[in-house]
Design a protein around this ligand. Sequence first.
Ligand code: BTN
Length: 332
Amino acid sequence: MSHPIIETLLQHKGEYVSGERLSQELGVSRTAIWKQIKKLEAAGYRFEASRKLGYRLVGEPPAKLQLGEIVNQLKIYPFVKAVKLFDSVQSTQNIAQQLAEDDAPEGTIILAEEQTNGRGRRGRIFLSPAGSSVSMSIVLRPDLPLQFAPQLTLLAAVALCRGLRELTGLDIGIKWPNDLQVDGKKISGILMESTAENERIRYVIAGIGIGVNLLEEDYPAEMRNIATSLRIAKGEEIDRLAVIVSFIKHFTELYPLYLREGFGPIISLWESMAVMLHKKVKLSTSAGIVEGVPIGLCESGALLVKKADGSTESVFSAESLLSAQETPDIRS
Ligand code: BTN
């Protein structure tokens, strides 16, 4: 990434450049410079800042993903048909969708260093700063009825959880339906967007976002209690390429298994990694609040919640109002 602040600081390597001088040279306010510095920090650049002297670039520039290396590592997986890497995009989902409409085959993978408008579920923005996150969208073309699409979300969560556990050794769990958590905070989100014809899936874009090397200060203050990165949890920098490969490795094992044997094996795996099971939850659904204890998944991908009156309710989509971390496992 060539950024005017980086270029200016590189011209004065090792020296401080005042905020005032940067703002004059770049023709923007000092506040704008400070905001850009924060963005660059999130992208992996490191600065020393002094009230009197200004800013100085320290350490190595962040390592960028290299298409050649990615292709080299992914070529052993026959599922992977094409890999495209972008510097900065609004959302990898949009690009994958366009490619799918243009007949891109299943196994087309879109990656971006940065998303300026990363999409989360329920219309939320997903934070994907340059250099420190993984933003990936994959074209899938399973020959399945549309109603099976939620199963793919859960399958992707299982593959990602397995991959990241194997890579980092961290105690990562799945918060229903498909957020990955560590230390009670979100590290990853999955967004599946399906297009159908006559109630059968035409294609699904599997969007995976992972906070890999973000530091505490890279998150807006209001997110610090709810989101974290692999680097914060592990206490060391994590190789983003290894993160990508770890997901693809497990996804390409589980996806054919699912297409062959159905959702049964995935349910068991998902349940073994879920953080919410057997703990009291309070869920906000479109039909109102559901309180109870999740006891498993059903074939449809819905969460089965046992309520105080002994009845069970299938919840398809909800927001958790009471997190699993706040409540003990009621079996113990
Ligand atoms: C969520 O947590 O609500 C889902 C987040 C999904 C984010 C990923 S990042 C790659 C892909 N591109 C997007 O715009 N969103 C998904």
